[in-house]
Design a protein around this ligand. Structure first.
Ligand code: GDP
Length: 534
């Protein structure tokens, strides 16, 4: 097969939802119905409770398994579908953001009783910024839930884009009769139970009104009315608008009952986009030049969107997850890390087949491959087979929470430094080195990140630390047009300057006014709340 046809048959997406909406259940059913796994329950088993702070250690214990299942590949209708898991806890939202840079579409799961919840809202924002196409699944129709028109209305408001219903529910809760499929003009009849295969559900043509009325009576009639209202109020299905992130197809169902899930799997194949072009930057004569990389371009390129410590703490090896942007990967290939111009020497290269990790035979744009390395690879790194390019768009957010790291045993300084450097490269936390010296600072977006890092420093690097609060509440990355301007600024605030893990200069602040004041004093200095890997 040509590169173009290989990339055309790929779909790479993430599921986004608020905890408990049914993401794990849906993931499992998608794997089951595509044939990627045989027995239900295996995805569920690895799901750690992630609501309480004290549970993160449990997550940690299960990390070995979650490495393998944070990316899942399935084959369906001759399509290669890559599903990326997003961390459930809001304190790891930075991770989630980075995962979303690696996908071409998102599947949004909504609990029909709760509508769009807080965490979904944040994820939607991220998708909106990138115009990521979103497929919506309204779950738990077997329960007493809200009116479908209400839910649609809320999704429209929250997403800021019109919904186009693809299926429509007949009743809900105890009187849930099934869904009408607007494309095939049939009704699929609901039955509860998690053993049923999708093809086992009975379907009745909508044209057979008499039968439907007889069996579903009033529910069928009122579903027909509300569907008409919904269809009347929504625009025509427009595939191009969906791809541009301007409308979302909506499906109803009940994940736990295997119901309405097949429609979603079909939509991923039929509607979700294959990998698209990705923007990169080259530096030519010290000037940045934008270059668009096409997925079918024969040269290998990809970007590291996630780095995760491997299972064996003694070995310090890590998996760099690379989202391929172009070319073909085949074993033994020579690749280099753009940032260091060094050759990437992985000890193994794996692909993620549902729950298992396997050596990669070949991979194409859209696929996620994992390079196991002992270091030398950072979050945001571009990997190529030689070309000199750097993908843009993998963001680091200015932290809002800061802690000072105090080492309990000063003899462990080397271990602490190594640990912080590696955890910083993984993006588990942001590490700042104050330029005037003194203890290192940790910066986070969520409180839980501190706990994870403290625990990992101890268990993986044998560095026991105390974390102490400090006065900082924000940071801005600093750039200037000339070195002289930059020097004038750093001379004015020596005690506020720090370097992060990538040696990028940052200004630490104690309140939003700090930035405003500094900006007024130095109008030519640029203060960035977001750093893109470069
Ligand atoms: P996640 O936190 O989003 O991954 O959610 P889970 O998939 O773990 O589901 C949360 C809870 O909702 C579990 O107890 C599921 O069994 C239940 N659940 C998932 N889908 C459905 C559904 O369609 N109907 C009902 N009644 N419960 C569901």
């Amino acid at each position: 097969m040509s590169y173009a046809s290989e990339t055309r048959r790929r779909r790479t997406f993430a599921i986004i939802s608020h905890p408990d909406a049914g993401k794990t259940t849906l993931t499992e059913k998608l794997l089951l119905f595509s044939g990627a796994i045989q027995i239900a329950g295996s995805v569920k088993a690895r799901k750690a409770s992630r609501h309480a702070t004290s549970d993160w250690m449990e997550i940690e214990k299960q990390r070995g398994i979650s490495v393998a299942s944070s990316v899942m590949q399935m084959l369906y209708r001759d399509h290669v579908i890559n599903l990326l898991d997003t961390p459930g806890h809001k304190d790891f939202s930075e991770d989630t953001y980075r995962v979303l840079t690696a996908v071409d579409s998102a599947l949004m799961v909504i609990d029909a009783a709760n509508g769009v919840e807080a965490q979904t809202r944040r994820l939607i924002e991220v998708c909106r910024q990138r115009d990521t196409p979103i497929i919506t699944f309204v779950n738990k129709m077997d329960r007493e839930v809200r009116e479908p028109l209400d839910i649609l209305d809320e999704v429209e408001r929250e997403l800021g884009m019109p919904c186009v219903p693809m299926t429509w529910p007949v009743g809900q809760g105890k009187s849930f009769g099934g869904i009408m499929n607007l494309r095939t003009k049939t009704m699929t009849v609901f039955e509860s139970g998690s053993e049923r295969r999708p093809q086992d559900f009975e379907t009745i043509p909508l044209a057979d009104r008499e039968t439907l009325l007889k069996r579903f009576g009033h529910e069928f009639e009122s579903a027909g009315q509300s569907m008409e209202l919904a269809v009347g109020a929504s625009p025509q299905w427009d595939h191009a608008a969906f791809l541009a992130g301007k409308q979302t197809p909506v499906f109803f169902g009940s994940g736990v009952n295997n119901f309405g899930v097949m429609e979603v799997l079909e939509a991923l194949v039929d509607l979700a986009p294959p990998p698209g072009p990705r923007t990169s930057q080259l530096v030519v004569n010290k000037q940045p030049v934008v270059k668009v990389i096409e997925p079918a371009d024969p040269n290998f390129s990809g970007v590291v969107f996630k780095v995760q410590a491997n299972m064996d703490a003694n070995h310090r090896d890590r998996i760099a997850f690379v989202r391929m942007a172009s070319g073909k990967y085949s074993p033994g290939m020579k690749l280099k890390v753009q940032r260091t111009a060094k050759e990437l020497r992985p000890t193994s290269v794996v692909t993620f087949l549902s729950q298992r990790r396997e050596a990669v035979d070949e991979a194409y744009a859209g696929d996620i491959i994992g390079f196991t390395t002992h270091g030398g690879v950072q979050l945001g790194d571009t990997i190529t087979d030689g070309a000199n390019l750097q993908f843009t768009g993998l963001p680091f957010f200015a932290p809002e929470l800061f802690m000072t790291v105090i080492l309990k045993n000063p003899l462990r300084t080397k271990q602490l430094q190594q640990g912080l450097a590696q955890l910083g490269e993984e993006g588990a936390i942001q590490v700042f080195r104050p330029q005037i010296g003194g203890p290192m600072l940790l910066g986070a977006v969520g409180q839980l990140q501190f706990e994870v890092v403290q625990h990992r420093l101890k268990s993986e690097y044998d560095a026991d630390v105390r974390l102490e609060g400090c006065q900082y509440t924000g940071a801005r990355w600093i750039t200037a047009d000339t070195p002289a301007e930059l020097r004038a600024f750093t001379d004015a605030y020596p005690q506020r300057m720090a370097l992060d893990a990538a040696d990028t200069l940052a200004f630490l602040c104690t309140s939003p006014y700090d930035v405003r004041l500094a900006q007024e004093r130095f109008p030519k200095i640029h203060f960035h709340p977001l750093r893109e890997h470069a």
